[in-house]
Design a protein around this ligand. Sequence first.
Ligand code: PHE
Length: 338
Amino acid sequence: MLDQLSALQIEALAALADIQDESALENFRVGYLGKKGSLTALSAGMREVPADQKGAVGQKLNEVRTALTAGIEEKVAAMAAAKDAASVAGIDVTLPGLPTPNGALHPLTRIRDRAIQTLRRMGFALADGPEIETEWHCFDALNTPADHPARNEKDTFYLPDGRLMRTHTSSVQIRTMESIKALPVRIIAPGAAYRRDEIDATHLSVFNQLEGLYVGRDVSLADLKGTLEYFFQEIFGPQTQVRFRPHFFPFTEPSFEIDVKLEVKGQAPKWIEIAGCGMVDPAVFEAVSKSRGDNLFDPDLVTGFAFGMGLDRLAMILHGITDIRHLIENDVRFLGQF
Ligand code: PHE
């Protein structure tokens, strides 16, 4: 019996060494260790083994079983490794990997989102209006008379039907006041504006503005100053100085231009003009009241402030961009820097 077991072990391990595929291996396993396998058949012979040899034979039986099981496991592992190796055959795994280019938000999108976030925290809601506007929403209702230079056909894109591409987002002030149900109005409106400007390093015929409007029972100039000072310090840093310089806009009175004192790399700090603003002119409330046909915006009862700024300009100042055309050229060498 012991000899038979030894012979079986030698024969089985030799056969195992030649096995190349999974189904042959399974046949092998069934042939030796299965219910009707030859090792199983031999172990049935234990019954006839004399009692004094049972120990030795039992031990040998276990030894053979363990050797075959281990051999099968090794073969399984070797075949899996061979399969892995075959699947990468012809691929040089030492070559450097291919970089996956990561996209990023356009600098204009980023400054717009930041401005919106900051103003929303202060209670301003988003508003919107059409880019193709009526002369009334863009000019008349904003107290801008027919002989105002902004209305010159050399400055504005007019459509054949008399409508125009809005020259500023201030038209959204009028649209919002026309449709709102109750006071206060506290909105911001980012969007495109159009002018017939000669295109150069600081001008495009399409640019981006952010409009703001706050109308209520006692909105004051102090509210305007506080809101915009806070806003620009959020955008440019808490140390930023903000100055309000008297100016003229037809739709605000008094009106101001806002300058911030900024350090451009390598230069002495200087005042940079960044936005227009002012207290809403009562003539605007009158126009809105006429259009609404009610007295929610009675010029004797409501006050408000409005502001408008160029988002392209903000992005240029923040990132030290010297040519506005970079913002629309979609050159990845430029965009990849953000
Ligand atoms: N609409 C003005 C412009 O385009 C900016 C502005 C908005 C000024 C609101 C005052 C109030 O220049």
